[in-house]
Design a protein around this ligand. Structure first.
Ligand code: GLN
Length: 385
């Protein structure tokens, strides 16, 4: 048999997506993969229907429909303090997932290093491998997920090409402060490094936390790729509309990768998201307050079962420690939960390079209706044993 691509053999299939399949197989409540189980706003669905009825059914320009790029720039200005030109700085992609991998493929050469905070969203590992980068991990320490500035500084050297930031953070719920991002930015300037920042949870914030975009900090506009998507903010994870905002030079490289990888994100859905981005600011306030209710509900439920929660400041996941409940390692525990208890979660090890570091953790997604969370709580009562 011919030998297959060796670097692809280095990583396993996505544990998050595998858990979704197991949830379907065992008819479990899926609190694993991060997607909302409630509808997206009616006006966004109407805009998509209208676009299809109006025959917006062929390719958009490869880097995105003009209406959407205009809307992205307008919102980046008022929410993120980023000044972007729709012609030169924006690439619409198939979700943040494609925007991330296209970004890395556009900037990394073999032998380059990419700094990644750990625990990390599982895609960043394979993203590094597929772009032929060597990842350098820097620990976010429990319970507050802070990093050590000296450890971060030591991860940079003259082979460092990029650092991946994800704020608000999946899976920890950490929201990087302005001071922390200033520290990262200073290292990026010192070592001539590009910040690739995944800000997909930018509106899901708790306890008065503010979202800071590293691109808006001094000297960072030309060395940052800001990745975002409609998926989480408007509850349309299946639509696959995301984007990357970067300097003209980086964008030119990124657009080439994107064009040959996917040609483009679905055109009628791009038109609908252009409308979504124009929703009034009150939409985002309501979103954050609705998520606060869900977070608090999930926190109460999980603590009463016996999980020790790391209460998030942003995003829609609850990382938990399982040791008060079980000595099983995370993967075995997660398999038992999905098969016997009927609740799917993500094993903690999928967020760490060394599985042992996540063996006492599982992640719950709470982007769910109250009834879904209550049904999960009822099932989880049986874990108490
Ligand atoms: N970001 C989501 C999660 O962590 C999943 C995204 C995906 O599966 N593409 O669960």
């Amino acid at each position: 048999m011919p030998q297959l691509a060796t670097h692809v053999q280095q990583f396993t299939e996505s544990v998050i997506r595998e858990m979704t399949r197991l949830a379907r197989q065992y008819d479990a409540i899926n609190l694993a993969q991060g997607f909302p189980d409630f509808p997206c706003p009616a006006e966004i669905k109407e805009a998509a229907r209208r676009a299809i009825a109006d025959d917006v059914n062929q390719y958009a320009i490869t880097w995105g429909a003009k209406s959407l790029r205009d809307a992205i720039c307008e919102k980046a200005r008022w929410y993120n303090g980023i000044d972007a030109d729709p012609e030169a700085n924006v690439t619409v992609c198939c979700g943040a997932t494609e925007a991330m991998i296209s970004s890395l493929m556009a900037i990394v050469n073999p032998g380059d290093e990419v700094v990644v905070f750990e625990p990390f969203y599982e895609n960043y590992g394979p993203d590094a491998v597929l772009s032929h980068a060597t990842p350098r991990f820097v620990r976010l320490a429990e319970p507050d997920w802070t990093f050590d500035e000296a450890e971060l500084a030591a991860a940079f050297n003259d082979r460092t090409k990029a650092i991946i930031i994800n704020t608000p953070n999946n899976p920890t719920g950490k929201v990087f402060s302005r001071e922390e991002l200033e520290c990262v930015a200073a290292l990026c300037r010192k070592w001539d490094v590009i910040a690739v920042t995944d800000e997909i949870y930018e509106h899901i914030l708790y306890d008065g936390c503010a979202h800071v975009s590293i691109a808006a900090l001094d000297g960072m506009a030309d060395r940052t790729i800001t990745v975002n998507a409609a998926s989480k903010t408007y509850a349309v994870t299946g639509w696959r509309v995301g984007w990357a905002v970067a300097s003209a030079r980086i964008t030119a490289s990124l657009r080439k990768v994107h064009d040959f990888l996917t040609v483009g994100s679905p055109h009628p859905l791009q038109e609908a998201i252009a409308q979504a981005l124009k929703l009034p600011r009150s939409y985002y306030e309501q979103l954050a307050s609705d998520y606060t209710v869900r977070r608090d509900l999930m926190h109460g439920m999980l603590e009463s079962v016996g999980f020790a929660c790391y209460v998030p400041k942003g995003a829609y996941y609850m990382m938990t420690n399982t040791r008060k409940l079980t000595q099983e390692e995370d993967v075995a525990f997660a398999r038992r939960l999905v098969k016997e208890i009927g609740v799917a979660v993500v094993p903690g090890s999928s967020f760490y390079r060394d599985p042992a570091d996540g063996a006492d953790k599982v992640r719950f997604c709470f982007a769910k209706q109250r009834a879904t969370l209550a049904a999960a709580a009822a099932r989880l009562e049986r874990v108490k044993g």
